[in-house]
Design a protein around this ligand. Structure first.
Ligand code: GDP
Ligand code: MG
Length: 439
């Protein structure tokens, strides 16, 4: 999904102007990308419509960087589609909090019981009690007991002969007596949805009055996951969803559809078989992941906030006229520091994080501090006319800021290089950016 979306968006280009026809083309690409990722048809239709309305209604068409504006709208709409805000677990004010799992066979219920117990325990709730209410296969009980042993949590089990409703009810009574703060009930699934399963789950729900009914769905089942979620929600009025096996699903379609079809929050995602592979679900992070842009949005927002367009244009003129001096150099560096360290910024640009050597690139705040110290011990005249800085002046500057002459030389060399490079770039010579990357 992310590749398709990324290419749809990059087709618009990153600058210049965008026409209504461009926008239409882009929306078509986005729609295809979503459908291909198995996002529900109705969801796609509504989504594309609202992105389109916002894009046309805003000043995207006249804005400085329309592609980024559209990207921002797509990102915000994706986030909204997945619920907007993170929704944490409901804990009862009168412990124990009861969490009941539901889902088809193989969806990941039993594994998720263990993951949740670990997560909840690490986040301050003590002594979760795990309940083995999947009585149809002895192996299911063994599996939960193994998980309990591994984590050091008690498992309540009564073998396969006792009714799961009684097991759940009695486990709750025991938890109250023992002072367990949380009870997590593992239930049986079936290969397909059927009335027998739903009736059993309804009875368990009635018996224990759970604070959470968490449906686990397997992300890899795509559209089916959405249908399953819909049926379970109709039968049980679930409180939330855990999407498992997201580590194996590159398309992410289920996450997009489930929230808007069921109107129930996705609370966690499973990212692997290990018991620590559970992550709280953050709609905006999922959206960035789908867009495949890393933290592109954060970068755009930061840049919008911090960067003064007018000053940037002025700076560009100065570079063109070769009047770029040390005062401008410092100002530019300060702009960059405001936005975060240079390395972090480069990493946020799509594709940049893959560039080899980025981690060795150490332009950090310390370097900027050193550069600033050197510039501060220059006279105002020297700052405005970098070319007059002779050897003897360099020795004086070095003494003034407590750096070695070699360091001063090095910094002036860097300044000259970046001045040359920028004037090349602003004169439109090709390869300027590549050259800058190499350096
Ligand atoms: P249940 O029948 O719903 O209880 O499902 P299980 O918890 O037994 O899980 C079925 C299989 O899916 C097991 O092999 C699990 O290890 C695996 N599984 C569960 N959650 C995840 C996950 O988030 N990622 C991956 N890769 N595998 C998972
Ligand atoms: Mg199970």
């Amino acid at each position: 999904l992310s590749e398709r979306l990324q290419s749809a968006i990059s087709q618009v280009g990153t600058g210049g102007t965008i026409t209504e026809a461009d926008l239409k083309q882009m929306m078509r690409e986005i729609r295809l990308a979503l459908l291909e990722a198995d996002v529900n048809f109705q969801v796609v239709k509504t989504f594309v419509k609202s992105v389109n309305e916002r894009a046309l209604g805003s000043d995207v068409l006249t804005s400085l960087s329309p592609a980024q504006q559209v990207l921002k709208i797509v990102d915000e709409e994706l986030t909204a589609l997945m619920g907007g805000e993170r929704e944490p677990l409901n804990f009862s004010s009168k412990p124990p909090t009861v969490i009941m799992m539901a889902g088809l066979q193989g969806a990941g219920k039993t594994t998720t019981v263990g993951k949740l117990a670990k997560y909840i325990n690490e986040n301050g709730k003590k002594k979760p009690l795990l309940v083995a209410a999947d009585v149809y296969r002895p192996a299911a009980i063994d599996q939960l007991e193994t998980i309990g042993r591994q984590l050091g949590f008690e498992v309540y089990s009564r073998g396969t002969e006792v009714n799961p409703v009684d097991i759940a009810y009695d486990a709750l009574t025991q938890a109250r007596m023992q002072g367990n703060e949380v009870v997590i009930i593992d239930t049986a699934g079936r290969l397909h949805i059927n009335e027998e399963l739903m009736n059993e789950l309804r009875e368990i729900k009635l018996a224990v009055d759970p604070d959470e009914i968490l449906l686990t769905v397997d992300a890899m089942t795509g559209q089916d996951a959405v249908n399953v979620a819909q049926s379970f929600n109709e039968a049980l009025d679930i409180t939330g969803v855990v999407i498992t096996k997201l580590d194996g699903d590159t398309r992410g379609g289920a996450a997009l559809s489930i929230r808007s079809i069921t109107n129930k929050p996705i609370k966690f995602t499973g990212q692997g078989e290990q018991l620590d592979a559970l992550e709280p679900f953050y709609p905006e992070r999922m959206s960035s992941r789908i867009l495949g842009m890393g933290d592109m949005m954060t970068l755009i927002e930061k840049a919008q906030k911090d960067f003064d367009e007018a000053r940037a244009a002025e700076m560009a003129d100065k570079i063109k006229d070769a009047t770029f001096d040390f005062n401008d150099f410092i100002e530019q560096m300060e702009q960059v520091t405001k936005m975060g360290s240079i390395k972090d910024i480069l990493k946020m640009i799509p594709g940049m994080s893959k560039i080899p050597g980025l981690d060795e690139l150490n332009v950090d705040d310390k370097d900027i501090g050193r550069v600033k110290a050197i510039v501060m011990s220059m006279t105002p005249q020297e700052r405005e006319n970098p070319d007059i800085i002779s050897q003897s002046r360099r020795r004086r500057i070095a003494k003034g800021c407590g750096q070695t002459v070699a360091e001063v030389n090095q910094m002036i060399k860097q300044f000259n290089q970046s001045r040359d490079m920028m004037s090349q770039m602003s004169n439109g010579k090709t390869g300027g950016m590549k050259k800058m990357m190499r350096q």
